[in-house]
Design a binder for this molecule. Structure first.
Ligand code: SF4
Length: 903
């Protein structure tokens, strides 16, 4: 029986873990004849989600196809055998090391990797190549939380569990759009609010996000003022006599210095309110609620971490919990929410350049311990280059060979265009990925096909330190292989066969567990020694568990709760937690006359990272088929930008062209561009190109949320769009954005110059005129459709202005086997026939319910609540991710709120 057949033996569903965000939801996969018809649902037994999913998890089956997959090794663009490719990689790295030393090579890895992949990559680089030069895209996500935890607790450990959100009476969300970035956690908070009428939610965020839908209090602070806000809170807690002196005396150090810094920087509520740009009453409300509510969780995410003062922000938050003794107890604590599915697993193995392995740093005794454990000849003795420095070294020619695993730095890194240039001049770029065409893969000399979610096995750790199995339920397609196996194959070729001779993935996990316990004796928080000797069968059946789980634990395979710091003991030299004197620091770059706006970036609800997976789902692409910029109405008027315009957003490092949405969810003077788009989906929308590589001095995390920028309307000679059953070549257009729809591709287009003849232009785009109907009207509008037989194959619409026919109406025509005469006429006239109603961009992904449909139903059926909408249209009744938007639409229907480009 092969791995896949055995996974489904007895007709059972395969229990696995979602590949997207750090919530780490458990899923159940029921086998189907075709992978894309698999039934994937939330696992009711998994303690992260208890059966829930969000829109992305619910659409996973749509992403399992093989289109665009990298299926064979390639060298210089030609297909190669595994042996040949692995030899080139091993020899290339060996050659660079021999000629220039171990620090001339680097790995850049990913929070998408499984812990076992991460472990083997880290072991090869730090243990056998002998360099610290392995860093991870988690550097962009939570490095500041790591640095803050280590300063405060002496270890990178998150004290809270998800259940604490349900036990709390006050949840303060700082820089966290929980509703979109950790949707199932958000659903748990919403449910907790229903059950506990005392539970209050405060949102601290410069942007009014969907999460504010549940907020009792919203503080739209100025970016970068978080330290002030929390220093002011510490000051208030002292004045309000709300400190826990017993805890401070018995279990902490550094209170005096922290208090002095707080008093100095945030002397009064009025001073804090003024500096943060919010109402004094709102600040006071937060402070009073915090002071008087014992059970408080302060959850934070990228809005805190992605800053040049990210570590200070984290410690300012931790300080108020230490000062009130609100840590290590149910329903309270500072809670870092990780972005990626296995950011935490990467931290556990040492995937960050400044960690060695198993939560050990580069202290001589740790280096010696690791050397003995791995039988490694040359363990790295010093930290390697963090991500920004690593790519700078690449640009300077100091890195001669780099291996990028499961990540897309040409899109996601700050100053992304420089990253691309640096890769283009590097002597050896190896990319292992599951996708053939990414912006980073385009720079590779060697491409190695990696198995992806569902095709390989291993473990991931979510934001609450819970380790769960990802299980294989599909055969690896083509010649793809698990990442850990690829790395081990290269290690063997480099002469380290004995230490990388794993029989299977369970071997790697056991070794990882043994190292965590090796000479630990309670000195390191991360200890899963209880699993060091599990059998392959036990590994296969492994239930989700939280670390630590040391050898001494009485029962090793139960999900018994483990509360960190419950005994008031921390992992510092003194055993006491450290309050840190935190000082506010302004963002690195301020707006100027040239760049008068502040650019923020982040995720949207239905996309994940660079869209390599979510971009395959028509439902998920339906929420936002185009890259966009959110502009406040004040700035819309100031810069002459209206809804639906194409807008050029510029910064000191680059530019993008995206569609304007006008919304008061961003503050005046601020704009927001999502992080996901790249060259595979749009001509010029990689927001990373706009961001300067300024970093937090302690964590090395870049400032992704505060970039001075300018906007101006981009005025092409013509606007257009095309819909087509097959992909189209739109290379000649000045602007394009493509999105997969149901049975078709959608292309938004614009051009700098109109071609001499639109029909001739359409020849190249649509194919032979003999299959075409077309019309040019007196206003110069061109419309054409290609029919193959009686079916619509493709259509294109072009005009001098952005006023173009409805895409969703035309997309519906692709479902028709025979295009009626009425539809043909409608295409040529550019107006839907009366029978067809506009649906608009998708709001509810689960049931593909569009914005126009919703607004129409709200108005005509007089729907007044999400429940009523759910009864009428089913929207919002499955995963619940769209509930905040349904409420916003209800408000809009009553004449309030945002406008956006509907098409
Ligand atoms: S919240 Fe959504 S994206 Fe995150 S793990 Fe759960 S199902 Fe996946």
């Amino acid at each position: 029986m092969n791995d896949v057949a055995s996974a489904f033996k007895g007709g059972a569903a395969v229990r696995t873990t979602c590949p997207y965000c750090g919530v780490g939801c458990g899923l159940r996969v029921e086998r189907a004849a075709a992978a894309s018809e698999s039934i994937i649902k939330g696992d009711p037994q998994h303690p992260a989600n208890f059966g829930r999913t969000c829109s992305k998890g619910a659409a996973l089956a749509e992403t399992l196809g093989l289109e665009g997959r990298l299926l064979h090794p390639e060298i210089g663009g030609r297909r190669a055998s595994w042996d040949e490719a692995l030899d080139v990689v091993a020899n290339g790295f060996r050659h660079a090391i021999d000629a220039h030393g171990p620090d001339s090579v680097a790995f850049y890895v990913s929070g998408q990797l499984l812990t076992e992949d991460y472990y083997v990559a880290n072991k090869l680089m730090k243990g056998f190549i002998g360099s610290g030069n392995i860093d991870t895209n988690s550097r962009l996500c939570m490095a500041s939380a790591v640095a803050g935890h280590k300063r405060a607790f002496g270890t990178d450990a998150v004290p809270c569990d998800y259940a604490d959100l349900e036990l709390a009476d006050l949840i303060v969300l700082v820089g966290s759009n929980l509703a979109w970035c950790h949707p199932v956690l958000y659903q748990r908070v919403v449910q907790a609010k229903i059950k506990n009428e005392n539970l209050r939610v405060v949102v601290v965020d410069p942007r009014r996000t969907a999460t504010c839908d549940s907020a009792d209090l919203f503080l739209p602070i100025r970016p970068g003022t978080d330290v002030l806000l929390f220093n002011g809170l510490l000051n208030h807690l002292r004045r309000d006599d709300a400190l826990d002196w017993e805890f401070l005396d018995g279990h902490t150090e550094g209170f005096g210095a922290a208090m002095s810094a707080a008093k100095e920087s945030a002397p009064s509520v009025a001073a804090v309110a003024s500096a943060c740009g919010v109402e004094e009453d709102a600040v006071l409300a937060l402070y009073r609620w915090f002071a008087r509510t014992p059970r408080v969780v302060t959850a934070f995410s990228q809005g805190v971490n992605q800053s040049t003062s990210g570590t200070e922000k984290v410690n300012a938050i931790v300080n108020v919990h230490l000062a009130t003794g609100r840590i290590g107890k149910p329903g309270m604590g500072p809670f870092s929410l990780t972005g990626q599915p296995n950011a935490m697993g990467g931290r556990e193995v040492g995937g960050l350049a400044n960690q060695l392995a198993a939560h050990m740093d580069f202290a001589p005794e740790s280096v010696d311990r690791t050397r003995r454990f791995w039988s490694a000849p040359r363990v790295a003795t010093a930290p390697g280059l963090k991500a920004i420095d690593l790519f700078a070294a690449l640009d300077q020619g100091r890195i001669k060979a780099i291996w990028i695993m499961s990540t897309n730095p040409v899109v996601s890194m700050p100053d992304a265009d420089r990253v691309r240039r640096a890769l283009e001049r590097c002597e050896l770029v190896v990319v292992s990925d599951c996708v053939r065409n990414t912006d980073t893969a385009a720079c590779a000399h060697v491409l190695l096909p990696a198995a992806t979610w569902g095709e390989k096995s291993g473990t991931v750790t979510n934001s609450e330190r819970r380790i769960s199995r990802q299980r294989q339920f599909l055969p690896p397609p083509g010649e793809s292989r698990a990442d850990w196996r690829i790395v081990a194959d290269v290690a063997r070729r480099m002469g380290f066969g004995a230490q990388f001779d794993y029989r299977g993935v369970a071997d790697v996990f056991r070794e990882h567990a043994r190292l965590s316990a090796f000479e630990n004796d309670g000195a390191r928080a991360f200890d899963i020694g209880a699993y060091a000797k599990i059998t392959d069968a036990e590994y296969d059946a492994l239930e989700p568990f939280q670390w630590p789980r040391p050898v001494a634990a009485p029962e090793r395979v139960t999900a018994a709760p483990t509360r960190l710091f419950a005994d008031g003991r921390f992992y510092t030299r003194s055993g006491k937690a450290q309050l840190v004197a935190t000082r506010p620091r302004a963002p690195a770059h301020r707006p100027s006359s040239e760049y008068p706006l502040v650019l923020n970036t982040g995720r949207i609800r239905d996309q994940w990272h660079t869209m390599t997976r979510t971009g395959r789902s028509p439902r998920l692409m339906g929420q936002s088929p185009e890259p966009f910029v959110l502009v406040h109405p004040v700035d819309s008027a100031r810069f002459g930008v209206t809804v639906g315009d194409l807008v050029e957003v510029r910064s000191a490092t680059g530019r993008v062209v995206v569609r304007a949405h006008v919304s008061d969810s961003v503050a005046p003077g601020h704009v927001f561009v999502p992080m996901h788009w790249n060259e595979q989906f749009a001509s010029l929308a990689c927001v990373g190109a706009l961001i300067a590589p300024a970093v937090d001095p302690l964590s090395g995390q870049p400032e992704l949320k505060h970039t001075p920028a300018s906007i101006r309307r981009y005025e092409p000679a013509w606007h257009g769009f095309a819909l087509s059953r097959a992909p189209l070549a739109v290379d000649g257009c000045a602007y394009f954005a493509r999105a997969l729809g149901a049975g078709h591709w959608r292309y938004e287009l614009a051009g700098a110059r109109a071609p001499p003849s639109w029909p001739e232009w359409a020849d190249a785009l649509l194919g032979p005129r003999t299959e075409r109907i077309e019309l040019i009207d007196s206003a110069g509008r061109y419309r054409a459709a290609r029919l193959v037989g009686e079916r619509l194959q493709a259509c294109v619409f072009v005009a001098r202005s952005k006023a173009l026919p409805s895409r969703t109406w035309l997309a519906g025509l692709f479902a028709e086997e025979t295009l009626s005469d009425a539809s043909r006429l409608a295409i040529l006239s550019g107006r839907p026939s009366k029978a067809r109603l506009e649906t608009g961009p998708i709001v509810c992904s689960c049931f593909s319910v569009g914005r126009s449909t919703l607004l129409r139903a709200i108005r005509t059926q007089e729907l007044v609540s999400p429940d009523a909408i759910g009864k009428a249209l089913r929207a919002g009744t499955n995963c619940g991710s769209c509930l905040p938007e349904l409420k916003a639409l209800l408000a809009e229907a009553m004449g309030v709120n945002a406008r956006r480009a509907d098409s």
